[in-house]
Ligand binder design. Structure first.
Ligand code: ATP
Ligand code: MG
Length: 627
């Protein structure tokens, strides 16, 4: 036999196939070009966020690139955020960079500690660290890069004063309505505010009055002085600061003026020495202002050059899934789901409780690609990715979701009363090293109700008793294998008064146990799952379907879009020994493959007891969705 070899041509073809199937990510090209051209080579890093002077006193930045994930802590992270986390953290990781977790908490009213904590937990759970060894003078010392935008309020105010002093901003006291009218629209240029021609000194005095609380809420705003006739409405003197008397969770009552998001965000990036500021496409029209602002502040020597640059990519949309915090909140508040971490929720907390692993979520982000044009990713891609990730690693287990009793009537005579026959099964058939699991077969077992039919349908290969065929001839009962156990032959069944089948009767065929020389002596067409009734552990199974029956939810009323059958709870059993395995594992539940029935994970919110286990089904083994 010749040794296998691959020709160079075959390798090239395989590479090409790989490149064409590999999802594209244009942001990689952007970074690679910057690295090649040394765009950020000379950058200094002061060890923490700061202005030009702070960074100039630092060291050459040991991070080749810097990215950030900047959530507003006003809700739980969802799948869309996971995409953004993956984009920023994995790209920083791949290119020898650093990624900051920045809480965008400049809006005084909405943030809550609960959200901050959960966001930190989820980023960590996804496997990303915010710790980097880049402290000047302390080589090797790790430092977390978790920042709060509200810590930059002082600098933002200073930047506003600078823009006013340099004639690039003014205080506008038009009414909100006049301001709106005078902004113009797509077809009509704006009109200059009568306050636009004030001198810098006048404007500065007014700004300080705003800051000192001498003007009521809404009486004035600070605006950049750019171009009221710009075709880009965002460049028509955008607002930088507003007056708002509100207590901020971090700065308390120190401020009664707060920066606008469009002003704050570029500054946050620049203070943190971000090189590549990735955001979703809706911010594309903000980019000219982003560049305008940072150019002015660099010119004034407030910020170190070169400033960060913004790049936009299409947001992640998945069919049957909502990724909008506002809509998700509505689901929780109106009681359509059982909290933010309900396993049907597309929050990261919900996905985790459902059985998604960090690897599956990250691979899905990668498969969905990073591009400039949006679109919908099919929900089946999400589930398919989970199966691909779990199949090679998930431990197997047998369980019965809709139990029906099976009695092996010749058990006692074959083996003696009370005998329990040990059976071995691989923990994972793809991974021999994972070892084997053991459970026992006895006289009575639980089997799946659908694995028995009184009279078999055409092509049915599982259990059925002797019956009279359509041709009037008597037919034999069927033989199947109890997985990892014996071949059995169905001999009859019992029914209750309502005609419901209560028990299936069968006989063991001696010497046919799996793994023994006689295993193949009797050929069968069906193999069924079972758990020994003498020591099965009771379990509740929560079977989930898509939360929304419509493909593109969020367009109509929730009540019309929700799938009324998104949760089905059943009571069954799992194989003996699983409870002990689960008790021995770390606190983090791990998904299991229940043979033939899908991937399940024990519910992290239910205590682990022998009375009853609770499992969430992550997904079936195949895509079985029927709209
Ligand atoms: P939502 O609309 O759900 O409130 P958001 O964009 O307001 O989301 P932020 O907390 O401001 O939420 O978002 C943090 C980061 O996550 C931003 O950079 C944002 O662009 C990104 N992000 C949010 N949703 C998605 C998505 N569906 N796909 C990719 N990135 C997203
Ligand atoms: Mg937002």
């Amino acid at each position: 036999m010749s040794t296998p070899h691959t020709s160079p041509a075959a390798t090239a073809a395989a590479d090409a196939a790989d490149a064409s199937t590999k999802p594209s990510n244009f942001l990689r090209n952007v970074i690679e070009q910057d690295l090649e051209q040394g765009t950020y080579h000379q950058r200094q890093w002061g060890g923490s966020p700061g202005d030009a002077a702070h960074h100039a006193a630092g060291i050459q930045d040991p991070a080749a690139v810097r990215m950030r994930f900047p959530p507003e802590p006003n809700g739980y992270l969802h799948l869309g955020h996971a995409k953004s986390i993956w984009v920023n953290f994995s790209m920083a990781q791949n290119y020898g960079g650093a990624c900051h977790l920045r809480f965008d908490d400049t809006n005084p009213e909405k943030e809550e500690q609960e959200y901050v904590d959960s966001i930190r937990e989820m980023v960590q759970w996804l496997g990303y660290s915010t710790e980097y060894a880049d402290v000047p003078g302390q080589p090797g010392a790790l430092q977390p890069h978790v920042y709060y935008a509200s810590d930059y309020f002082d600098f933002m105010y200073r930047a506003a004063e600078y823009l006013i002093e340099s004639g690039n901003a003014y205080v506008d006291e038009q009414s909100a309505e006049d301001m709106r009218t005078n902004r113009g629209d797509f077809g009509r240029p704006g009109v200059n505010s009568p306050f636009r021609s004030r001198t810098p000194a006048e404007n500065l005095a007014r700004l300080r009055e705003m800051r000192d609380g001498q003007l009521p809420d809404g009486a004035a705003v600070v605006r950049a002085k750019i171009d009221m006739a710009s075709p880009n409405i965002n460049m028509r003197d955008p607002a930088l600061y507003r007056i708002r008397r509100a207590t901020h969770h971090n700065t308390g009552d120190k401020w009664c003026i707060y920066p606008m998001y469009t002003f704050a965000h570029p500054i946050e990036d620049a203070l943190e020495q971000i090189t590549h500021s990735f955001c979703t496409l809706e911010f594309e029209d903000q980019r000219p202002f982003y560049d305008w602002l940072l150019t002015k502040l660099c010119e004034g020597g407030l910020l170190q050059t070169p400033p960060p640059r913004q790049y936009e990519f299409a947001r992640l949309n998945v069919t049957h899934v909502i990724t909008s915090k506002r809509r998700l909140r509505q689901l929780v508040e109106e009681g359509h789901v059982d909290g933010w971490d309900d396993p049907r929720m597309p929050t990261i907390a919900g996905l985790r409780r459902r059985g998604y692993t960090p690897d599956a979520i990250k691979l899905f982000c990668e498969r969905s690609g990073v591009s400039k044009s949006g679109g919908w990713i099919d929900y089946s891609t999400l589930e398919g990715t989970l199966r691909d990730v779990l199949d090679p690693v998930a431990p197997r287990a047998l369980a019965v979701l809709e139990p029906l009793k099976l009695e092996l009537t010749n058990w006692d005579e074959l083996f003696g009363a009370g005998h329990q026959e040990p059976c071995l099964a691989p923990i994972n058939p793809h991974d021999e090293a994972a070892g084997q699991r053991q459970f026992t077969l006895g006289r009575e077992s639980w089997i799946e109700a659908e694995d028995f039919m009184e009279v078999p349908a055409k092509g049915y290969r599982r259990l059925y008793p002797p019956y009279t065929g359509g041709d009037g001839q008597p037919k034999e009962g069927n033989k199947v294998r109890l997985k990892y156990g014996y071949v059995i032959e169905c001999t009859g069944f019992e029914k209750d008064a309502e005609g419901k089948v209560t028990k299936v009767l069968a006989q063991v065929i001696a010497d046919t146990k799996s793994g023994t020389p006689g295993a193949d002596s009797v050929k069968v067409k069906g193999v069924i799952g079972w758990v020994g009734a003498h020591n099965a552990t009771p379990a509740e199974f929560r079977l989930y379907e898509r939360l929304f029956k419509v493909e593109h939810p969020g367009e109509a009323d929730l009540s019309e879009e929700l799938n009324p059958n998104s949760l089905n709870v059943v009571q069954g059993y799992v194989e003996a020994g699983l409870l002990q395995t689960l008790q021995a594992e770390s606190e983090e539940p791990k998904p299991q493959q229940v043979e033939r029935l899908g991937y399940f994970i024990r519910d992290r919110k239910t205590p682990l007891t022998a009375e009853k286990l609770v499992f969430n089904r992550a997904c079936g083994l195949k895509d079985g969705w029927k709209p």
